[in-house]
Design a protein around this ligand. Sequence first.
Ligand SMILES: Cc1cc2nc3c(=O)[nH]c(=O)nc-3n(C[C@H](O)[C@H](O)[C@H](O)COP(=O)(O)OP(=O)(O)OC[C@H]3O[C@@H](n4cnc5c(N)ncnc54)[C@H](O)[C@@H]3O)c2cc1C
Length: 269
Amino acid sequence: MIPEEKFYRAQITKRIDFASDLWMFRIRSGGDFTFIPGQYATLGVEHEGNRVERPYSIASSPTDDEVEFFFKLVPYGALTPLLHKLQVGDQLSMRKVSKGKFTLDTHEGRDNHLLISTVTGVAPFVSYVRTLYRDWKEGRFDGSHRIYLLNAASRPFEFGYLDELSHFANVASAWFTYAPTVSRPWDHEDWCGEIGRADDVLRKYADQWGLDGTNTVAYLCGHPEMIEHSKAILKRRGFLENGTVKEEVYWVPSKHQVASPATKSAAGR
Ligand SMILES: Cc1cc2nc3c(=O)[nH]c(=O)nc-3n(C[C@H](O)[C@H](O)[C@H](O)COP(=O)(O)OP(=O)(O)OC[C@H]3O[C@@H](n4cnc5c(N)ncnc54)[C@H](O)[C@@H]3O)c2cc1C
């Protein structure tokens, strides 16, 4: 049993629903909580006498007063149905220590950073970009590291951070480039961005942006299948040598999920 002093009783201060199964929380931890952009927090809810916990990437910047998360509801999951019921004012547990190594690697000697995500996998990248943007505005970042974000979803409403990231790409185009892509555009005639899965369009964008394993670190986050396919594509462009690919796999598909194409699409790639 983990002692109570390892946890904060964090309070939800904001909730936005992007879709019936996608939402964000802002929470006030209630104590000191430090992290580096790209790290995750461990959140939990009490259920039938047990604390159910899972890791969640942090979308906010360390300089923000509150901590933000972007969630996807897994209908038969142990924790997300409990989280989905929570509203502003409710509490949840948060471990006091952040974890993870999925941080921006600015010491590797490569100045380009290719970020590839599916749906909620954008969360750590939102934290990178929010932090760099603030540092750039306040003169702590000179724009010498260039960020290229390929952000995939099935439908446009699944992006969550589309407007904010598009704004950053407009005002900080010297160092931030953003390409949102949707794989199911047909019910969304007003969608004028890219079409296809992340791994379908990765080669095109890597060519367009001039990125390969000699000048770029790649970061893959979210759907396990996207990560596997993207790694194979990146390998052919000289990545994977010398640790130039970092990955954050959000879940391991069950045998049932691997076997069934229907479940794959339900997973919100
Ligand atoms: C480092 C890290 C950071 C993460 N950050 C986030 C985040 O920012 N936002 C977020 O929503 N999730 C994130 N996850 C996933 C999260 O930790 C949980 O696994 C997820 O929320 C499901 O929890 P659950 O208890 O509801 O489902 P579980 O009971 O854990 O899982 C039930 C089944 O669903 C599968 N599954 C789990 N997640 C998904 C999914 N998204 N789509 C389809 N099938 C799934 C599992 O493999 C399992 O077979 C992260 C995972 C890791 C390892």
